[in-house]
Design a binder for this molecule. Structure first.
Ligand code: ADP
Ligand code: MG
Length: 619
């Protein structure tokens, strides 16, 4: 029986497709692909021009969201409301960005905490997950247009070095876009699959995947054994890519024309024009020996030889990273069976030649380097759909496993579709001063609130040393063995107290029940994520109120009456907002309090250091 669903946008009843789509969610560009008549196909835009969709989200005056090519055009005219490179922010705290704050042309909230970043657009706050979901929605719409069916299932790729938080964030973005993310696949694995590497069970191979995109470079060394891809090492540079080639070219042309950098800064359209022309020239030089054009009546030109001279240091840097990756993998280049080229910038002949020379072999470059990751994702999706019977599928856990954290939130420790056996550890802490016991409640399911998931069991870790909230370090380990039996261990690291229980996770849950839980999670994704955002904002706000109270208590001596009363006032507003349900209002109040107290905190810190110094003799 064919499933039907309602297309909310068009208000039509649409057939729900069996197709599982493959998505390359890139820093610069994103793509969607699926298997058509046995072969992977990357879906092109409405005009049938390009399969790339710029990973850019723009917020219009009326707060309507647009993505892709039309959003890209707003980069110059309205940079503050146009978000690019959101992938760089996935699963990151502000502190993780240190040194690169200037890279972003929009407002990222610095709340001086370890919590995940938020982006401010006018008076709204967005998480990178919400923004990535917009890009995914754009891709979903693109493929639904072609199929004339709704799609609900996807495989999404991520860099091999993405950690748990970043992978989970990517999953959440999919969920928010109305997609059930069946699996998160490493980009280099997908690229290898696209070339048919690793698709035969008996194959035993070592692969290097060289991925040079717009703003990032990744090298991954993979080993394939019995159809299992293992990442031996990764290396790269998260701020090196084709955009740097463009910048070299712009510098060269500034010299050639006598134009000044200050003129570019003042004249936005001139700066945009020269950037676009530089990218065109670069692309043309991948196929031709010479380029010439003009900018504001100035003639500009460049030969391929000159261009290669300009970018050689950058290309050499990537080779240094390849060397490190080989070293970390404990291998010499002669052990590499194939080298796979990924990313638009590998079209540059100098890049191909240099990489071939380093690995001492011809590189794999027959497929479109922009599309190869998405094509591989589509192949992986097809394998999951069961259409590719000759490939062995690994055992995976069908539902996510996690524990309850403050506010009744589900914190996933082992995501669904993880290969088993698997062992994952994560650190937690207490939320109340002097807390001696910690309840560890284990749940299974895909919803954001534990009350909607299935409880598998709970136990109490007793004997935590009574310390201020946030100080104890409690490590929780999930070990899911090959039979689907889960063992959970909690240990307080300072005192060494620990507790372990065994939970039979996979049994007692029927196929139908599982399907129902998955369906519910998709249906409720939007609401769940909104509630999660609200609860997270509340948790964070409560922490900040607590610190503000403590701060006033400890530092009233160095604060003026006015500063004290203003702090109390701002904290009061935040307290009031915490009781409401508007997460943006909570965020605004939180930021106002932070902005006001940050300089005071710095002053207190300076005072403390000064008085500590006073007591010491400096020889
Ligand atoms: P990402 O993985 O970061 O999303 P892509 O793989 O889409 O990035 O690569 C985008 C980069 O590839 C851009 O810098 C673009 O200018 C560059 N590029 C695309 N085509 C060519 C070409 N023919 N020659 C050189 N560079 C190219
Ligand atoms: Mg890429």
């Amino acid at each position: 029986m064919a499933k039907l669903s309602i297309d909310l946008k068009e208000g039509k009843l649409k057939k729900e497709s069996d197709v599982i789509i493959g998505i390359d969610l890139g820093t610069t560009n994103s793509l969607v692909a699926f298997i058509k008549d046995g072969d992977p196909l990357a879906v092109k835009d409405e005009k049938g021009k390009s399969s790339l969709m710029p990973s850019i989200v723009h917020f219009q005056e009326d707060n309507k969201v647009i993505v892709g090519e039309i959003a890209k055009q707003k980069l110059v005219t309205d940079p503050g409301n146009t978000i690019y490179s959101v992938k760089r922010l996935m699963g990151k705290a502000f502190n993780d960005l240190s040194g690169h704050e200037d890279y972003f042309g929009y407002t990222i909230i610095d709340d001086d905490t370890e919590s995940l970043v938020k982006i401010r657009v006018r008076d709204s706050f967005f998480s990178p997950i919400e923004l990535s979901a917009e890009i995914l929605k754009g891709l979903k719409a693109r493929v639904e247009q072609v199929l004339d069916e709704t799609v609900t299932k996807a495989v999404i790729t991520v860099p091999a070095y993405f950690n748990d938080t970043q992978r989970q964030a990517t999953r959440d973005a999919g969920k928010l876009a109305g997609l059930d993310v069946l699996r998160i696949v490493n980009e280099p694995t997908a690229a290898s699959l696209a070339y048919g590497i690793g698709r035969k069970e008996e194959e035993d191979k070592t692969i290097a995947v060289y991925d040079l995109g717009g703003g990032t470079f990744d090298i991954s060394i993979l080993s394939i054994h019995d159809g299992i891809f293992e990442v031996l090492s990764t290396n790269g540079d998260t701020y090196l890519g084709g955009d740097d080639f463009d910048r070299k070219l712009i510098d060269y042309w500034l010299e050639q024309t006598g134009l000044k950098r200050s003129e570019l800064i003042e004249q936005k359209d001139l700066s945009q024009a020269i950037r676009l022309l530089a990218e065109d020239a670069k692309k043309q030089l991948s196929f031709e020996e010479h380029f010439s054009g003009s900018i504001n009546g100035h003639e500009v030109s460049i030969t391929r030889t000159k261009f290669e001279e300009l970018i050689k240091p950058l290309v050499d840097t990537t080779i240094d990273r390849c060397k490190s990756a080989m070293q970390d993998a404990g291998l010499t280049v002669d052990k590499v069976d194939h080298v796979v080229m990924v990313g638009g910038s590998t079209r540059v002949p100098l890049v191909k030649e240099t990489v071939s020379a380093f690995f001492g072999q011809q590189v794999y470059d027959k497929l479109d380097p922009d599309e190869v990751v998405a094509l591989g994702a589509a192949i992986q999706a097809d394998i999951l759909a069961g259409n590719n019977k000759d490939i062995l599928l690994l055992d995976v856990t069908p539902l996510s496993l996690g524990i309850e954290t403050v506010g009744g939130l589900m914190d996933v420790i082992i995501p669904r579709n993880s290969k088993i056996p698997v062992r994952v550890g994560r650190q937690y802490t207490t939320s109340i001063d002097g807390q001696k016991n910690l309840k560890v409640a284990v749940y299974q399911g895909e919803r954001d609130l534990v009350e909607h998931n299935r409880k598998l069991g709970e136990f109490i870790l007793r004997g935590i040393p009574p310390l201020a909230a946030g100080l104890p370090k409690i490590e929780i380990h999930f070990l899911l063995d090959a039979d689907g039996i889960l063992r959970v261990k909690a240990k307080e690291l300072r005192s060494g107290v620990e507790q372990e229980v065994e939970i039979r996770s996979q049994y007692g849950i029927s196929e139908e029940e599982m399907a129902k839980m998955l369906l519910e999670s998709i249906k409720n994704a939007e609401g769940d994520v909104a509630i999660r955002a609200l609860l997270e904002a509340r948790n964070e706000a409560n922490n900040i109120i607590l610190s503000a109270d403590r701060f006033l208590e400890q530092n009233h001596a160095i604060l003026s009456e006015e500063e004290i009363s203003k702090t109390i006032g701002l904290a009061g507003i935040l307290r009031e907002k915490v009781n409401g349900t508007d997460k943006d209002a909570i965020n605004v109040a939180m930021q106002n309090l932070n902005d006001f107290t940050n300089p005071l905190a710095h002053r207190a810190m300076d005072k403390a250091i000064a008085s500590a110094m006073k007591g010491k003799k400096i020889e």
